[in-house]
Ligand binder design. Structure first.
Ligand code: NAD
Length: 482
C-alpha cells in the first residue's frame, strides 16, 4: 500500500508540494525530529475542495448507500490490519501511551463498521396531506464537508467525522493538525487502499498555520464544516462560516468535573478519576479536570488521589507499563509548568507536577498535579488547562455540587460517583453537560452520541444523530390523480 509519509492526498493522488515549506514531526517523548511533512496552501486547499465537489456531483457515491457501506467495511479491515503499525506511529508522533493508541485505532475501525451499517438505514418519510396530495421527504447528502481535527486523537476524531459524512454520501476534505500529519496520512492510505472508493471522495491537505483552515471554513463549495478543536478556534470557524451560511458541527473544549458524593465507592471513584484525568496524558477534551468531593469524604479522596498521582509511572509513550506519556510539545510543557507555579501561589498545591527526572529530560513531560481551591470564579477553575492537572473542590450538598459543577462555560462531560441511584439521577439531570457517566469516566462509544452544551460545541457526533450533520431533508410534493 502506498503511504506517502505526511503528504497531501487529493483526488486519489499523493502530493508532496510544499509551497509553505516543510514541518518537522517531533517525538515528544524524546524531542527528536524523525520526519518532515509538506505544508499546503490556499491553492492546494482549493484544489482539494474542487476534487471533492467533482466526485460528489459526478460519481455514483451520493446515490449508492450499498457502495458506501462496502467502502467503509473495507476501509475498517485495512485499518485493522495496520492497527499495530499506526498505533506505534501515533505514540511516536503525539506521545499517546501505546495501550491507549491501540485502543484508539480499534475505536476507529469499530466506528467505520458502525457507520457502514447506518449507511444502509437512512430512510425518508411520506405524508398524504389530502387525498392524492403526496409529500415525499427525502434525506440527501449535504455535499462537500471539511473535516478539521486536532492532534490529540488523530484516528478516532478523524474517523468519527469522516465515517458518518461518507455514510451519508458526502465527499470530504480533511485538514489534520500540524503535529500529526503522519498518522493522518496513514489513515488516508487505508482509504486509498479501497479500490471501489471513487477518487476525490476523500481528500486531505496539511498545513502549519491557518491558510488551509481558512479556505476550508470559507470556500463557497463547502457545505458543512465538521470541526473538532478548541472553543477559541471554534468561534473563529463559526464566524468564518457565517458569510456563506454553512452548517457547522463543533466539538470543542471541556472542563469535566467528577463529583464524588459521600455515598460513593471511593476505591472505584479514585481509580476512575486517576484514569479519567490522565487519559491522553491529560490532553483529552473529556478528561477529569475538576474533582468535587463532598465534605464527609473530602479528606479521604484528597489523600488517596494524592497517593495515586504520586505513584504514576511516567515515561516514553512506547514503553510498556507507562501510565503517563509526554505533553505534545515544548511550548505546552512550559505553559503547564507555569500554571503549576501559579497554582502554588494562588491555591494550595497538594501534588506538585514537575518535568520529571533526568531520564525524562529530553522529552516534554509534566507529572500529575492536584491543587485545592475554593473559588469557582478563579481562572484555574474556569479555563481548560489541557494537561495532567486537576483541582479539588469541596461541597456540602447536592445543590452546591450541581451549582459548582455547572459554574464554568464548558459543558462537554461530567461524572457522578455515588451508590445512591436517587442522587445520581437527580444530579445527572441537572448537569449542563452532553455526557454524564455514573461511577466511571471517559466511556465513549461509536453507537452513542457525544457533544457539548454551551461553549463545548454544537451538534452531536457518534451514534445515529451524527448523520444529521451531513444530511439535508428535502420535501418533494406531488399529486396523484384518482
Ligand atoms: P486547535 O483549536 O488549536 O486546533 C484544532 C484544529 O484547528 C487544528 O487542525 C488546527 O490546525 C486548526 N486550526 C487552528 N486555527 C484555525 C483557523 N483559524 N481556521 C481553521 N482551522 C484552524 O486545538 P488543539 O490545540 O489542536 O486541540 C486541543 C483542543 O481540542 C482542546 O480545546 C480540546 O478540548 C479540543 N478537543 C475537543 C474534542 C471534542 O470532542 N469536543 C476532542 C478533542 C479535542
Amino acid at each position: 500500500m502506498t503511504d506517502m509519509k505526511g503528504c497531501h492526498y487529493i483526488a486519489g493522488t499523493w502530493l508532496a508540494d510544499a509551497p509553505n515549506g516543510m514541518t518537522g514531526v517531533e517525538n515528544p517523548s524524546d524531542g527528536t525530529v524523525f520526519a518532515e511533512a509538506p505544508n499546503g496552501s490556499r491553492e492546494l486547499a482549493g484544489q482539494a475542495v474542487m476534487a471533492a465537489r467533482e466526485a460528489f456531483e459526478s460519481s455514483a457515491w451520493a446515490s449508492e448507500p450499498r457502495l458506501r457501506s462496502a467502502v467503509l467495511l473495507e476501509f475498517a479491515d485495512v485499518l485493522e490490519a495496520r492497527a499495530d503499525e499506526i498505533a506505534d506511529l501515533m505514540a511516536r508522533e503525539n506521545g499517546k501511551v501505546l495501550g491507549q493508541a491501540r485502543h484508539e485505532v480499534a475505536a476507529g475501525y469499530g466506528e467505520a463498521r458502525y457507520y457502514a451499517g447506518v449507511a444502509r438505514n437512512v430512510f425518508g418519510r411520506t405524508f398524504e396531506s389530502a387525498t392524492g396530495r403526496m409529500s415525499l421527504m427525502t434525506r440527501e447528502p449535504s455535499g462537500v464537508v471539511s473535516v478539521i481535527v486536532p492532534w490529540n486523537a488523530p484516528v478516532t476524531l478523524l474517523v468519527r467525522s469522516v465515517a458518518p459524512a461518507l455514510a451519508a454520501g458526502c465527499a470530504v476534505v480533511v485538514k489534520p493538525a500540524p503535529q500529526t500529519p503522519l498518522t493522518n496520512a496513514a489513515v488516508m492510505a487505508c482509504f486509498d487502499a479501497v479500490a471501489s472508493l471513487p477518487k476525490g471522495v476523500v481528500n486531505s491537505v496539511n498545513e502549519h498555520g491557518t491558510e488551509v483552515g481558512a479556505v476550508l471554513s470559507t470556500h463557497w463549495e463547502i457545505d458543512v464544516i465538521s470541526f473538532t478543536g478548541s472553543s477559541r478556534t471554534g468561534k473563529i470557524i463559526m464566524a468564518n462560516a457565517a458569510d456563506t451560511i454553512k452548517h457547522v458541527s463543533l466539538e470543542l473544549g471541556g472542563k469535566a468535573p467528577a463529583i464524588v458524593f459521600g455515598s460513593a465507592d471511593t476505591d472505584r471513584a479514585v481509580a476512575e478519576i486517576k484514569r479519567g484525568s490522565l487519559a491522553l496524558n491529560g490532553q483529552m477534551c473529556t478528561c477529569v479536570s475538576r474533582v468535587l468531593a463532598q465534605d464527609d469524604v473530602y479528606d479521604e479522596v484528597k489523600a488517596r488521589l494524592r497517593d495515586a498521582y504520586e505513584e504514576t509511572t511516567v515515561g516514553d509513550a512506547r514503553t510498556a507499563g507507562v501510565e503517563l506519556g509526554p505533553i505534545i510539545d515544548r511550548p505546552n510543557q512550559e505553559r503547564l509548568l507555569n500554571i503549576i507555579e501559579r497554582a502554588g501561589d494562588e491555591a494550595n498545591l497538594v501534588v506538585r507536577g514537575t518535568e520529571g527526572g533526568n531520564d525524562l529530560a529530553r522529552g516534554y513531560f509534566v507529572t500529575p498535579s492536584m491543587f485545592e481551591i475554593d473559588d469557582v470564579t478563579h481562572d484555574l477553575v474556569q479555563d481548560e488547562l489541557f494537561g495532567p492537572i486537576v483541582s479539588i473542590e469541596r461541597f456540602g450538598d447536592e445543590t452546591e455540587a450541581i451549582e459548582k459543577a455547572n459554574a464554568t462555560r464548558y459543558g462537554l462531560a461530567a461524572s457522578v460517583h455515588t451508590n445512591d441511584l436517587g442522587v445520581s439521577m437527580r444530579t445527572s439531570r441537572k448537569l449542563k453537560f452532553g455526557t454524564v457517566w455514573m461511577n466511571s469516566h471517559n466511556r465513549l462509544l461509536a453507537e452513542v452520541e457525544t457533544g457539548g452544551y454551551r461553549e463545548s460545541g454544537i451538534g452531536r457526533l457518534h451514534g445515529v444523530e451524527a448523520m444529521n450533520d451531513f444530511l439535508e431533508t428535502k420535501h418533494i410534493y406531488f399529486e396523484v390523480d384518482g
